[in-house]
Design a protein around this ligand. Structure first.
Ligand SMILES: NC(=O)C[C@H](N)C(=O)O
Length: 349
């Protein structure tokens, strides 16, 4: 008697929109209704080479990722949790627009840290039907990465020939096929999330809206106050260098104190490398004295993701101040560890 062949393990391909799934019928790029079928056929063909099968599902509605809001990444995470359970999927590839891919990927890294199957996010600079296109090279890279990753691997981004850690990734090129960079490595020896998502269910019905503002020479205290009065739940300050801000500007100290009394305000650096050290300069110390939380070497995307994740689970500003500089899932290098590593480096010189 012939035995039926064992079922191949399934990879869930979750399409959320973006250029990868678009076509241009004369009015600019827009979602292509035929994309899902094409994606399923191509993904299944690639997956079968690695001994898997692919099943495609879609975010409703698929979006240009420039239209993502504070609900988007948590909604994708919920959909993935439900589908991975129902399909018993062994891994997930998320196709996403490149514009906000780094924000979504960072948030998914927090939301899905305990999922137990690898999750890889990809997209493309050119539509799947364009010639040439990077859509299928990136899809193939992502599928291969999922089949080779271990089940507890951190969420990753596969793009332009590179596999990058989601919590460190930034879109760095609006045109090149290598659109993403992760200047900083994944933080070593992460502590883990404070209570898994199951232990700490979503407390807020609406998702926390986290805003970010970049210090520039023209920025005034009134700009910060205006931004803080829009109903946002937290603010990220993209500071100069090591966490410096124009503290002698009229009203700046008072504005930052008043905003920090109402919501978590987190300082990160505008620089692509290095970390915030609010102790180094007097202006940095004044920032800390105003109640601003130092965000170590977090990227802007990861700091927004981390704040959103913690606020949605009901952590208080005080708890967030404690957790922000901690390496929970590889998103940062803790200041004390950075100092220890620097000392060890100079001792060997
Ligand atoms: N390449 C892309 O995917 C850009 C597009 N605007 C998006 O983010 O959805």
């Amino acid at each position: 008697m012939r035995k039926t062949p064992p079922e191949l393990p399934t990879i869930l391909i979750f399409a959320t929109g973006g250029t990868i799934g678009m076509h241009d019928v004369g009015g600019g790029l827009e979602p292509d209704p035929a994309f899902l079928e094409i994606l399923e056929e191509r993904a299944d063909r690639v997956a079968s080479r690695f001994g898997f099968r692919a099943r495609v599902n879609q975010l409703q509605p698929a979006i240009d990722s420039a239209n993502a809001d504070e609900e988007t990444a948590p909604k994708i995470a919920r959909a993935l949790r439900a589908r991975v359970g129902a399909m018993r999927a062994s891994g997930v590839v998320v196709t996403h627009g490149t514009d906000t891919l780094a924000y979504t990927a960072s948030r998914l890294a927090f939301e899905l840290a305990g999922l137990g199957v690898p999750v890889v996010v990809t997209g493309s600079q050119f539509a799947h039907g364009a010639r040439p296109t990077d859509a299928f090279d990136n899809l193939q890279l992502a599928i291969r990465a999922v089949t080779q990753a271990n089940p507890s691997a951190p969420v990753a981004v596969a793009f332009g020939g590179k596999i990058l850690p989601a919590v460190r990734v930034t879109k760095s090129d609006a045109e090149a096929l290598t659109a993403f960079r992760a200047e900083r490595e994944l933080g070593a020896a992460p502590r883990g999330l404070p209570g898994s998502p199951e232990d700490a269910p979503l407390v807020r019905a609406d998702h926390a809206r986290v805003t970010a503002i970049r210090f520039t020479p023209g920025l005034a205290a009134a700009d910060l106050l205006a931004l803080s009065s829009t109903g946002a739940a937290a603010m990220v300050l993209e500071c100069y260098g090591a966490g410096n801000a124009p503290m002698s500007k009229p009203g700046m100290k008072d504005a930052l104190r008043a905003i920090s009394d109402r919501m978590p305000v987190v300082a990160i650096t505008q620089c692509a490398l290095g970390s915030v050290d609010t102790d180094r300069y007097a202006v940095g110390r004044q920032l800390a004295a105003a109640g601003v939380i130092a965000g170590a070497d977090l990227t802007v995307e990861a700091s927004i993701a981390k704040l959103g994740y913690l606020l949605d689970r009901g952590f208080t500003t005080e708890e967030i101040a404690h957790l922000m500089p901690m390496n929970l899932i590889g998103e940062c290098v803790e200041p004390a560890r950075r100092t220890a590593a620097a000392r060890a480096g100079s001792a060997g010189d």
